[in-house]
Design a protein around this ligand. Sequence first.
Ligand SMILES: *Cc1c(COP(=O)(O)O)cnc(C)c1O
Length: 572
Amino acid sequence: MNQLHEFTSEPMIAYFSMEIGIKTDIPTYSGGLGVLAGDTIKSAADLKLPMVGVTLLSRKGYFNQEIDANGWQLEKPVAWDPARYMTLLPEKVKVPIEGRHVYIQAWVYPVISPTGGKVPILFLDTDLPENAPADRGITDYLYGGDLNYRIKQEVVLGMGGVRMLHALEFHIKKYHMNEGHAAFLALELLLRFKRDIESVWDERSVWDVARVRDLCVFTTHTPVEAGHDKFPYPLVKQVLGELIPIEVLRDIAGKDHLNMTLLALNLSKYINGVAKKHGEVSQHMFPGYHIHAITNGVHTFTWTCEDMAKLFDKYIPGWANEPELFVRSGNIPELELWEAHREAKRKLFDYVHQTTGIAMDLNVLTFGFARRATAYKRPHLLFSDIERLLKINEKGRLQIIYAGKAHPHDDPGKKLIQGIYRYREQLRGKVEIAFLPGYNMDIALKLVSGVDVWLNTPLRPLEASGTSGMKAAHNGVPNFSVLDGWWIEGHIEGFTGWSIGALSSETGNLAASDAEDAADLYNKLENLVIPKYYDPNKAGWSRMMRNAISKNAYYFNSHRMMRRYVTEAYIR
Ligand SMILES: *Cc1c(COP(=O)(O)O)cnc(C)c1O
């Protein structure tokens, strides 16, 4: 019997993710995917679902972001001590990598809900004395290194994860792959269920694909090509040897490369995208597979700031574990809602002042924009026409707070951040702009609750879901966003927020879509958003805040999402 025996008596759902973000102090996440994974597990704990999480320890995290005097991102190593938060389990398993055994141990972190529900997360670690020095570093850097490093990480996550669950005597009824990174888990299952047949006329019949498919659920998270890991077969052969014959892999994971998405698609019975539109886009990308859609949600308690939580406790008791109760947000008096928001705004501005020295004005309409700094998110759309922006600013003043990291290899993404710093200089004294370095979950909560409007301007249809806007809605902050991802479902014009641009321009040319979207952004900013915000009677604005809660937070939470996963993916 091992330390986790309380979890091994009933069949569990194993949730595999390359990154899981539980809180800022445990830096094992980079962005949306990891935070969603953390929210998933927190809701599973609240709802007492039988789940176990599996991820990598990422001993050196993703990176700490600093910005130099030129606005250029510098990546600093992260130091953290797993022993402060987690318990190292004694069990060891091994996986074959480049003909060596790589040993793996797991740290366990239990996510414990006030409801009494509990979900353990296993953080896999290869930093063991048994391992060769290079292998000890496999679980160091989240999304670090080259393809060779990445494939080893994914072998540890997928194959190592299944072996660890087995060693710990878990009974797994479903394996959920959160993105293709985890798809080697399905290869491990193929090996495990290999039929023992002496002489077969078709060698492939030893692989029980149907049995593996019955056990697997796959969630795809992005239509962006670079988000789908592909490994050349010579590399696969170098790392995995002939564990599974390359011809078999070519059948199930792609002819030219081992494509982790294809591997997951072929070995999962249930496949989904993360918003209705993303389901359709994925269906287009992968014809021949049936792609469902379960729209993302965020963990209500985690993403509600203190001041709003107090208000909800007063008027909507029970909201945290039953976000459906937000349907009753009409009971919150407008003035109190506005006051709670002002308090969150004051706290954010204090933080901005402390960290950047920039003093923002509490009475000025403030936009927030924070997400991974990468080209398709178009953080510069607001600055496409500076003249126009300055004219609008005379009608009603604006401030903007930015945050976000660029991947260390994404120089165009780093240039976007540098661009924000340039605009900051150029517009100083007119449109105040702040950039908060080191975007993390703490900063995210401060931002989504403290700004007045949450802005999102992705290039359609590349924002699969987006979740920061859902966090904003939980704090009564309306969204002003391009109709993509979740906002297609959450947007009611002038009621929960505002749209930017047309519903769909998948086929249109991209430059034209920039210009059209910018024009619509400016028009609505000038004629709708500013007049409503600066209306001396704040009741109209407060009602909109209330609608964001009753119509958006009510639905776009991870409790609803998990109930959908249970009924549509897990119990089938
Ligand atoms: C929520 C969150 C994200 C994801 O934001 P998107 O709008 O989905 O891009 C990224 N990073 C952090 C720290 C977050 O909290």
